[in-house]
Design a protein around this ligand. Sequence first.
Ligand code: UDP
Ligand code: MG
Length: 335
Amino acid sequence: MTESCRSAQQGRTPARLGIIIPCYNEADVLPRTLPMFLDELDSLKTAGLVTEDSFILFVDDGSKDGTWDSITSYALRNDAVKGVRQSRNRGHQNALLAGLMEVKDSVDVTITIDCDGQDDVGVMGQMIHQYVDGSEIVYGVRDSRESDSWFKRASANFFYRLMEKLGAETVRNHADYRLVSARVLREFANYHEVNLFLRGLFVLVGFQSSKVYYTRERRIAGQSHYPLRKMIGLALNGITSLSVKPIRMVTVLGLMVSILGFCGVAYAVASLFIARTVSGWTSLTCIICFLGGMQLFCLGVIGEYVGKIYLETKSRPRYIISERTGEFPWTGNAK
Ligand code: UDP
Ligand code: MG
């Protein structure tokens, strides 16, 4: 690393940090985890890693219990605690987005973390260090899945393999415990899609990234809001948001069925001459084989266009520049 690079990176600290914490019906959990988050923020401030005006922003995702009351009463007592409340429950991903967009222009860096104490707050320091070393995104990654049931472990493995096969880039065993710099957030704000799968979208934004490993504990209190039905929903959302390969598979399937259909037609015609077949069997078999293959293939072709329209409607940025050699806009005398 060059000297000028190093001094530029040292200029990244102390950074103004915003810790974003989504909460939905967490009145039992908050009084136990909130002091934990505040302690960690204080120790980051004492270590000189983050500025004194760094803060925690709780996003109440339309809770129906006393979650918002807890947030407001803590916010009154401590300047470092802030809160926003969504008009109704919109789901974890949208709550995270609301918090990130709320702070993107007033902080240098954000860390998102669940409020139930499962993610280890102790690695936040490491995340900030990696940010200082040049990472714009630091993914919190579980070092093992031993605390999960056999089923959750197997289904998570299956999901990551499937995502890889479908060409959708994700970080294995990373949920939404993540450091993201304000710079990335400003680029991310140009992604206008409504079906959110944040852990995959930040990978799409790019920039230098790194990982920190931690052990995920059990929930301190309360129940998970992600039963199997919602887990499957999130996984399907991830696949369909990041990949149009399932549509392409229909085209390939259509081609394969067409080839099989062609063989079927040849077989039916040959049978007509070699062995005597019942009258009408050959023509019926030919029609079924031909139509079956053609229909599936045509559906696949239509699907290709639907896939393109789908990608266009997202109007994702077509490029993001990460560095330039000189001053921008380019100066000089144009002839
Ligand atoms: N959450 C939210 N809105 C929802 C569901 C969950 O803001 O509709 C929050 C929840 O309070 C927690 C985080 O998202 O802070 C993760 O939820 P949970 O712990 O239930 O998920 P799990 O860890 O079991 O996957
Ligand atoms: Mg949890």
